[in-house]
Ligand binder design. Structure first.
Ligand SMILES: [Zn+2]
Length: 103
């Protein structure tokens, strides 16, 4: 019986590939994740030197959406994020609080 490393789906109907991913989780991993990771790194770099509140909040939104998609893969150890999931979330929360105060 196979079990997906990412979503935890298991059963006799579940087939997993060499990376332990089911057919629902595999396409994102192979097709979209490399781009999402690049986007996330861009958002982080931009946030480190941004000075416009609206631009910063836009980047934060984008980073959070990317992180939501990457989360189960990161939690399953299938992807290396620029920082750990926990560090990234704490950092994004800090940035959010800072920019909301300065908006
Ligand atoms: Zn899955």
């Amino acid at each position: 019986m196979a079990k997906c490393k990412c979503c935890g789906n298991k059963g006799f109907m579940v087939e997993t590939d060499v990376n332990g991913l089911c057919s629902a989780c595999a396409p994102y991993y192979y097709l979209t994740m490399p781009d999402d990771l690049k986007e996330l790194e861009k958002d982080i770099k931009a946030l480190e030197r941004i000075s416009q509140p609206e631009a910063a909040l836009g980047r934060l939104d984008s980073a959070r959406q990317l992180l939501e998609r990457l989360r189960p893969y990161a939690a399953a150890g299938l992807v290396r994020l620029p920082r750990t999931l926990h560090e990234l979330e704490a950092w994004l929360d800090e940035q959010q609080a800072y920019w909301q105060d300065h908006a």
